[in-house]
Design a protein around this ligand. Structure first.
Ligand code: HXC
Length: 508
């Protein structure tokens, strides 16, 4: 018996060395952790239970029959994060460059299937040279098996991808179909075709970082939700982030104790909106002063800063927050901000996370650039996302809610459950001056000024909308947190269903 145990231990130890000490040292020299070290940081200490440690590839081409490494380049299993179950896979770059063989893919599929069965999130740590070149089409088939599972798991269990090394070719499409992507600066990149192919086809000379590094994807493309400094920071951020997520679409949002009183009043909010409609203020402050302990986990902070998205908690329970940001382009809605918020709203709706929307929006951004790039279709995404969402929706209009953007931003008409306005709210078709210049074309400057004043008096307030029931109540800004907490309590058992359909046809 003891000989058997010794044999098991020998095999385990050998398997855990992956591609060997030399390659582990090379990984460390690049400032990267190994696949197993990453799991140690991500998961609660001692919670990792590995599966398929002894799986090997079955390739016999190009001498591969003589190169077998147990585990085949990916460490898979389950563990806990702050006590909650999660399924994980972590690609091991020290084994054939973390490249994906049919068996490697089979291991990933196994954890995804297990996660789906029990309703637990999947976190993938990606560090891979892509398809195992020696395996050819078997590897491509393996990728497609993973892709199919990404699709089926979407909206059932949360899926998070951490990109911690190369991720190229068609391999990018697995993370791309997960809910969130975190990238590590300077050591990770994602592109469909790398710099060499780009040079051959387009003659452009570009580095990996410029083509698909963490900053490019977190600021320009929005493929990535976060750019973190290094492996440790990314893994710790993933732990914090995980705490906001429900385990599946069958589970309630997580709840944790908080010392922050639900009815805390924030008197500084009474004066945060400046007297002039053209002066900005920081919507982050409104959010932080509303959520528990000021903790706002912002996503995509570097992309489309005119809208803010992220998670917070009220009374210890997760809420999704969407907010126009007057500090950036006056909080206008454009293509990027509409897409950014729409996908977030849909995630929240899929997983039963209530949505709090703070509104200060002057409308949609005008111009040929926006029109020719499809603001109609992209703006419709956000409208559609809010309109289909059946989770609790609470809206607070802090200042401007102009035009179509008023309708879009979780208005009463899109089944907003509780629509509040601060006394500083202005709900109108457009800003007063613009409106007057259209309806009183030809008036002299004095006439315009007089009519502008008249329009402002009439519409630059929340009471016209409130008199129609479009606003449920005009509230003191200082009572915002209290109102939201009370609202969420009331809405806890909200039940609302959309008509039966196979699926909708959101404008993609
Ligand atoms: C098999 C691979 C591999 C791969 C790397 N290795 N990529 N083995 N298949 N795809 C092996 C190397 O042979 C090497 O083995 C070890 O991993 C480390 O690789 P290095 O090149 O030494 O590392 P580095 O200099 O850091 O460069 C990493 C890299 C480079 C940029 C990822 O290895 C590379 O360009 N690899 C090929 C990438 C690629 O073209 N993949 C196919 C993409 S197409 P030893 O034994 O020396 O340690 C694709 C299609 C997916 O993925 C389609 C899905 C639909």
């Amino acid at each position: 018996m003891s000989a058997n145990i010794a044999e098991m231990e020998k095999r385990r130890d050998a398997a855990k060395l992956g591609g060997g000490q030399k390659r582990i040292d090379a990984q460390h020299a690049k400032g990267k952790l190994t696949a197993r070290e990453r799991l140690d940081v991500l998961l609660d200490e001692g919670s990792f239970e590995e599966m398929d440690l002894y799986v090997e590839h079955d390739c016999v081409d190009f001498g591969m029959q003589d190169q077998k490494i147990p585990g085949d380049g990916v460490v898979t299993g389950s563990g806990t994060i702050n006590g909650r179950l999660v399924y994980v896979f972590s690609q091991d770059f020290t084994v054939f460059g973390g490249s994906l063989s049919a068996r490697h893919a089979q291991k990933i599929c196994k954890v995804m299937d297990a996660a789906m069965k029990v309703g637990a999130p999947v976190i993938g740590l990606n560090d891979s040279g892509g398809a195992r070149i020696q395996e050819g089409v078997a590897s491509l088939g393996g990728y497609a098996d993973v892709f199919q599972r990404n699709v089926l798991a979407s909206g059932v269990v949360p899926q998070l991808s951490l990109i911690m090394g190369p991720c190229a070719g068609g391999a990018v499409y697995s993370p791309a179909m997960t809910d969130f992507i975190f990238m590590v600066k300077d050591s990770s990149y994602m592109f469909v075709t790398g710099p060499d192919v780009v040079k051959t086809v387009t003659n452009e000379v570009v580095t990996q970082e410029q083509l698909g590094g963490a900053i490019v994807h977190s600021s320009k493309t929005s493929v990535s939700d976060m750019a973190l400094e290094n492996d440790i920071e990314a893994l710790l951020a993933a732990r914090d982030f995980f705490d906001f997520l429900p385990s599946s679409n069958r589970d309630d949002v997580p709840e944790r104790p908080t010392a922050d009183a639900w009815d805390r009043l924030e008197h500084s909010l009474d004066t945060i909106v400046p007297p002039s409609a053209n002066q900005p203020y920081d919507m982050h402050e409104v959010i932080r002063k509303t959520v528990d302990e000021g903790e706002f986990f912002e996503l995509q902070p570097l992309h489309a800063g005119n809208i803010l998205i992220g998670f917070g908690r009220i009374e210890g329970r997760t809420v999704g927050i969407v907010a126009n940001q007057p500090m950036v382009m006056a909080g206008v809605l454009d293509i990027d901000s509409s897409r950014k918020a729409a996908r977030f709203v849909r995630f929240c709706d899929a997983f039963g996370i209530p949505i709090i929307t703070f509104v200060d929006v002057p409308g949609f951004l005008p111009g040929t650039d926006q029109e020719h790039n499809g603001i109609i279709k992209h703006g419709a995404k956000l409208l559609f996302a809010y309109g289909e969402a059946t989770v609790p929706k609470i809206t607070v209009i802090t200042r401007k809610a102009y035009g179509g953007a008023y309708d879009v931003m979780s208005s009463k008409h899109l089944r907003g459950d509780l629509n509040y306005a601060w006394p500083t709210a202005e709900i109108a078709v457009m800003g007063a001056k613009g409106a007057v210049e259209i309806i009183f074309r030809g008036l002299d400057a004095d006439g315009i000024a007089a009519k502008t004043k008249e329009y402002e008096d009439r519409f630059a307030n929340p009471f016209v909308a409130a008199s129609r029931g479009y606003i449920d109540e005009v509230i003191y800004p200082h009572s915002t947190r209290r109102r939201i907490a009370l609202g969420l309590r009331k809405l806890r058992n909200k039940s609302l269903e959309n008509p039966w359909k196979k699926h909708d046809n959101i404008p993609l």
